[in-house]
Design a protein around this ligand. Structure first.
Ligand code: UT7
Length: 333
């Protein structure tokens, strides 16, 4: 919900980082019982990037964050808030945001992680924007980062071919009017069926033991068919709700950046919203599903390639484990 009496919040700059190591579907097929044809026709993915052994969620986040600050023309000492969205933190604690604070040479500012899986960046954007609107913070660095390869089960072909690694970031600060920048945000959750998409081991319910490791409980598990159906429903609804909140209709959108999970999901949403596919920005074929990093990586590409321009009405929409979902409606400035 937007706050009309409070200042607008503007995305001042974007940045992204994806690892150098490109893994094509044909490379996956050398070790997994799959094929380029199956993966591409079922998902739209051709290749993904897997991080090197010495790359982590915080190292990727730091590069993306530095690039976003450079694009925004903001110096590290000006940042007074860092929020990192990730389900693959460098370690359970301390937070990845603290590691980023140090790596970027930021002041001893407020830094914390949030966990909302693939919706994480949209949650972080909402939280960060509203923290700025209070006046308590001036310039925020909002990052989505994932090393999904660290939790993939490479003996499970139904999941390991879908995900990739990377990070995306934005710098936020307040603007003047109320009709520019982030016009509205929404987020939601339904925790009634966490097993649909989860990493069952490693938490307080199932701490790491020899048994949990043997049971491969520390890897991502997913009921793809169910998630697919829910994803289409919640992303359509979130899109409609946020447009309605701000008095817009789908045909007024210039660009939609959806969570990059499956091209068939994106096509279904396009058809339900009656928005042509050329309004959707997609880079799924190149990166696969990078979870919390997928929307900010795509946003950075769309901005740098001038697919998104000043004055455009832009919708970011995503869903993820939890279940969680989120949307952000932006007048690009
Ligand atoms: O960020 C949120 C993340 N999650 C998602 O967005 C996932 C949403 N779901 C999906 O994208 C799709 O459900 C999948 C791509 C995961 C699966 O597509 P599907 O059309 O639902 O396939 P399926 O699970 O029904 O499997 C069809 C067949 C099965 O073989 P049988 O039982 O028909 O003989 C699978 O064993 O495809 C087989 N299969 C594969 N074959 C080759 C599953 N994975 C693979 C694979 N390569 N990688």
């Amino acid at each position: 919900m937007s706050l009309p009496n409070l200042p607008s919040v503007i995305i001042r700059g974007t940045g992204a980082y994806t690892p150098e190591n490109v893994v094509h579907n044909n490379d996956m097929a050398k070790t997994v019982d799959t094929s380029d044809e199956w993966i591409f026709t079922r998902t739209g993915i051709r290749e993904r990037r897997f991080a090197a052994a010495d790359e982590t969620s915080s190292t990727m986040a730091s590069i993306a964050g530095r690039r976003a600050m450079e694009a925004a023309g903001v110096h590290p000492e000006e940042i007074d808030l860092v929020i990192v969205a990730t389900i693959t933190p460098d370690m359970p604690f301390p937070s990845t945001a603290c590691l980023v604070q140090h790596a970027l040479g930021l002041k001893p500012i407020t830094a914390f992680d949030i966990e909302a899986a693939c919706s994480g960046f949209l949650y972080a954007l909402r939280i960060g924007a509203n923290m700025l609107r209070t006046g308590d913070f001036k310039k925020a660095l909002i990052i989505g980062t994932e090393k999904m390869s660290s939790i993939l089960d490479f003996s499970d072909r139904s999941t390991c071919v879908l995900f990739g690694d990377g990070a995306g970031a934005v710098v936020l600060s307040c603007g003047e009017g109320s009709d520019e920048g982030i016009l509205g945000t929404l987020s939601g959750s339904d925790g009634s069926n966490p097993a649909l998409l989860c990493q069952p081991g490693g938490g307080s319910r199932q701490p790491a033991t020899a048994t949990s490791i043997h049971a491969r409980a520390h890897f991502l598990k997913m009921n793809g068919k169910e998630i697919f159906k829910v994803a289409v429903r919640v992303m359509e609804q979130a899109s409609r709700d946020i447009l309605k909140q701000r008095g817009f209709s789908p045909d007024q959108l210039d660009c939609i950046i959806p969570h990059q999970a499956n091209m068939r999901i994106i096509e279904s949403i396009a058809s339900r919203l009656k928005v042509p596919m050329d309004k959707f920005y997609n880079n799924l074929s190149t990166y696969g599903n990078t979870s919390a990093a997928s929307i900010p990586i795509a946003l950075d590409e769309a901005v740098r390639s001038r697919r998104v321009n000043k004055g455009d009405l832009l919708l970011l929409v995503g869903f993820g484990a939890g279940l969680t979902w989120g949307a952000s409606l932006i007048k690009w400035s």
